[in-house]
Design a protein around this ligand. Structure first.
Ligand code: MFK
Length: 554
């Protein structure tokens, strides 16, 4: 008998997401929701329908790097896939970047932008990457105060016209490594009143970009991040010819295979210092904080896609005399996936909300401090959850989940980049400690959790609240006791940051569940909070385990 199974299919990805509807009702003013809902629904339909089918039909195609033309001219053209060509138009027209800068939307601009992103991006084959960097470049230029570059580039980066919209690259990673950016080897040399860059960028995502922000060391500057400057450059001249740079090759990556990631040699490309000739690392951090926010949303929308496919298949697949959806163990496993996804959603969108409040000038001092802490925590926590949920989703399909032409393995391969790029889990754990050096950050965080828990009154949520509260208190005690012990602090940084991430998700889940109960929305969110509370929240270890770690590693 042939092996025949109905493949999973998707419906409208806006209509089929109850948490999204509850969140929007709780967060967006009614008139904005009424105005934008048709657009969310339209994108949700594309995401679960036409775009999903297009992405499956185009599964095997990948970007192609054409180095030379027929006449021996070096052209370095990158031909992108069908889905990417569609995405370029769709994302410009729907303002996937520009919506975040719509002053008319005030503090809701970022939420609206990332809801657009959330309802469409899962079928766009990681087109979120160039959008994230474009958004980051816009933010960074605005923060730099370089009016000439703002006037020149912003209208293009924020255009809704596909013919004129630019995308930006963010070129930081070099051969010496991606985390320790201060070691950057690219040199900036004066050429009259211009600057030219010489060096190799080892990972440049979305090489189709029109411009890039990058780091280089002006000749004579000292080593380290302070001695770097942030530069703006355009890749091509007016005739479309690459300016003194070469695309050496596209990377052969495990996932995100539709995304043309390249090694690039800068061979005297002209560049403009954006904000002086030093402190490049500090100056480019607005970019990092914007792209880390996109990363958290990408994690959540990937998890949502994994859950949607798993759920649909569970309704179709018969085994041991029943549908999988009626098998208690399968249901139990799916419930864990869903609780993780919902916690991640609320954390990612809390980070988005804070960014929007800061940019619109509505954030209190405490919210500004909180944002600095929750951005790395949101990125690192959701990145790890995305990989775990994608892995579980593949398993829920049995062997089909491991077969490439089902499209399912891509869920895991694409998720695996999320804890790597834009700062690995460990680098972001250390960034969490860096953020806490600023006065008031810990206090702002404790207040955020306290306020959420105080508003959560239903007795069925009490145990969940207590777990969140206990984990935060434990983390605070550990931090205080460990602050002066450098190695111990560093060794425990990931456990600490993940504890804050999970405790925050639990507090947000509890708060959301309370709102749902108060609004008569049923007990689904209550179940998510209670389920999440049963997972490991507190990962802190009080013992000094560094000597044993060393024994294991040596
Ligand atoms: C779907 C979503 C897709 C997203 C797009 C994907 C595109 C992928 C492209 C890439 O992967 S690009 C590569 C991304 N690379 C990174 O994310 C780098 C990871 N490494 C770090 O983040 C390190 O922590 C860092 C490079 C920042 C460390 O550098 P330093 O020079 O050792 O840091 P230092 O001296 O502690 O900080 C320099 C200054 O920046 C300090 O300020 P001051 O000069 O005033 O003292 C820091 O406080 C500040 N700073 C550092 N991180 C910050 C920050 N400020 C605000 N926010 C931050 N996150």
């Amino acid at each position: 008998m042939p092996f025949e199974q109905a493949p999973p299919s998707l419906g409208n990805q806006y209509d089929s997401d109850p948490l999204l509807h509850e969140y929007l009702e709780r967060t967006l003013p009614a008139e904005l929701l009424e105005r934008f809902e048709p657009e969310y629904r339209e994108l949700g339909a594309l995401n679960g329908g036409e775009l999903y089918r297009l992405s499956l039909a185009d599964l095997e195609n990948e970007p192609v790097h054409r180095v030379w033309d027929a006449w021996g001219n070096r052209v370095d053209e990158v031909e992108v896939t069908k889905v990417w060509k569609r995405a370029q138009v769709l994302c410009a027209e729907h303002g996937l970047v520009s919506a975040g800068y719509d002053a008319e939307l005030g503090l809701y601009a970022r939420v609206h932008q990332h809801i657009l992103n959330y309802v469409v991006q899962a079928s766009l084959d990681t087109y979120s990457c160039p959008l994230a960097m474009t958004d980051g470049a816009a933010r960074t230029l605005l923060d730099s105060g370089n009016q000439a570059l703002i006037d020149h580039a912003l209208p293009r980066l924020l255009s809704r016209d596909p013919a004129t919209m630019w995308t930006s690259g963010q070129w930081m990673t070099e051969r010496i490594g991606g985390s320790d950016v201060g070691q950057t080897e690219t040199i900036a040399r004066r050429d009259g009143d211009r600057w030219r860059l010489y060096g190799t960028k080892w990972f440049t995502s979305a090489t189709t970009a029109d411009m890039a922000l990058t780091l280089a060391r002006p000749e004579g500057n000292p080593p380290g991040g302070r001695g770097l400057a942030m530069f703006y450059l355009e890749l091509r001249d007016e005739d479309g010819k690459l300016q003194n740079l070469h695309i050496n090759r596209l990377k052969d990556k495990f996932g995100t295979r539709k995304l043309p990631t390249a090694e690039i040699t800068l061979d005297g490309v002209e560049a403009i210092p954006v904000a002086g000739l030093e402190s490049g690392v500090r100056n480019i951090t607005p970019m990092l904080n914007v792209t880390r926010t996109w990363n958290a949303v990408a994690a959540v929308l990937g998890m949502q896609r994994a859950v949607a496919l798993t759920r649909d298949y569970a309704n179709k697949r018969q085994a041991f005399g029943a549908s999988l959806i009626d098998k208690p163990l399968h249901v139990d496993t799916m419930a864990d996936m869903i609780a993780e996804t919902q916690g991640a959603f609320l954390l990612a969108f809390r980070v988005v909300e804070l960014l929007g409040r800061i940019e619109s000038g509505d954030a209190s001092k405490a919210e500004q401090l909180l944002s600095r802490l929750l951005t790395p925590i949101g990125k690192l926590t959701t990145g790890k959850q995305a990989v775990a949920v994608a892995s579980e989703a593949l398993e829920s399909f049995g062997g089909a989940g491991y077969v490439n032409d089902t499209g399912l393995p891509r869920l895991l391969a694409d998720a695996q980049v999320l804890p790597i790029w834009e700062g690995t889990t460990n680098v972001l754990s250390l960034d969490t400690l860096r953020a806490l050096k600023q006065d008031g950050v810990w206090g702002a965080y404790v207040r955020e959790i306290h306020d959420r828990l105080e508003a959560t009154t239903d007795p069925r949520l009490q145990a969940a609240i207590e777990r969140s509260q206990a984990a935060v208190q434990h983390a605070g005690r550990w931090l205080e006791a460990t602050l002066s012990e450098r190695d111990l602090l560093e060794a425990g940084a990931r456990r600490f940051a993940m504890t804050l991430g999970r405790a925050t998700e639990l507090a947000l889940l509890g708060h959301h569940a309370q709102w749902c109960l108060d609004q008569g929305k049923g007990e689904r969110a209550l179940a998510a909070a209670r389920r999440f509370a049963r997972s490991r929240i507190d990962l802190i270890e009080d013992d000094d385990f560094t000597r044993e770690s060393r024994l294991l590693v040596d």
